[in-house]
Design a binder for this molecule. Structure first.
Ligand code: AMP
Length: 221
């Protein structure tokens, strides 16, 4: 199954995408993670991405479609994938449709994670992740069971994103409302949009997503 998780920064897309990967083998394809890896590697794309990301702006559509197109070709994607943070504009959605069609693939569902803007800044400002396995944590909502030790892999190194500060988050939210929210009617018209309550507890959000995936697997979408 191929799905898109659609929601503003801090909606919990990454957390849910990792759960789909663990539970269903659907590979998490996060353009944000790919760009952060490019920044860390110091490549030409990484140098361009660093400033764009810190400003909370978007990278060019054609580049992002090409990046995802190359990744989808890799063999681990044959069992399905979850797009996390892509597409982010109608131009990217159109590019994705064309690219999937050329490869004889399609999107099964676009799952909107509906959240309240006011809660997002608090959520984002407190988040951090394990440097080794990427498991996400939060200062208030989800601390590791043992302070300073990752629950999942036992590593003791954590990191915070450079763009997870209040000013950049506000810019990212504005960009979401202006450029990404128009994807909701785009996918609604195509009959594949579903919505979950992104404000619910993490396990409840997962249950709602599972129900959608299950409805697709049994043909009762
Ligand atoms: P994310 O981790 O998904 O919140 O992405 C972090 C940043 O990477 C965004 O604020 C953008 O600057 C950039 N980015 C990630 N995905 C995309 C995309 N699909 N299109 C354009 N820019 C992106």
């Amino acid at each position: 199954m191929n799905v898109v998780l659609l929601g503003p920064p801090g909606a919990g897309k990454g957390t849910q995408a990792r759960r789909l990967e663990d539970g269903h083998g659907m590979v998490q394809l996060s353009t944000g993670d790919m760009l952060r890896a490019a920044v860390a590697s110091g490549s030409a794309i990484g140098r361009q991405a660093k400033d764009v990301m810190e400003a909370g702006q978007l990278m060019p559509d054609a580049l992002m479609v090409e990046m995802i197109g190359a990744r989808i070709e890799e063999p681990d994607c044959v069992h399905g994938f979850t797009l996390d943070g892509f597409p982010r504009t109608v131009g990217q959605a159109e590019g994705l449709d064309r690219m999937l069609e050329q490869r004889g693939k399609k999107l099964d569902f676009v799952i909107e994670m509906a959240v309240d803007d006011a809660a997002l800044i608090e959520r984002i400002a407190g988040r951090f992740e394990c440097c080794s396995c990427g498991t996400g944590y939060h200062d208030t909502f989800k601390r590791p069971a043992t302070k300073g030790v990752c629950d999942n892999c036992g590593d003791t190194n954590f990191r915070r994103r450079a763009d997870d500060n209040a000013a950049a988050v506000e810019r990212r939210l504005t960009v979401f409302h202006n450029q990404t929210a128009p994807l909701l009617p785009y996918y609604q018209e195509r009959g594949i949009l579903r919505t979950v309550d992104g404000m619910a507890e993490i396990d409840e959000v997962s249950r709602q997503i599972e129900a959608i995936i299950e409805s697709g697997a049994t043909g009762k979408a």
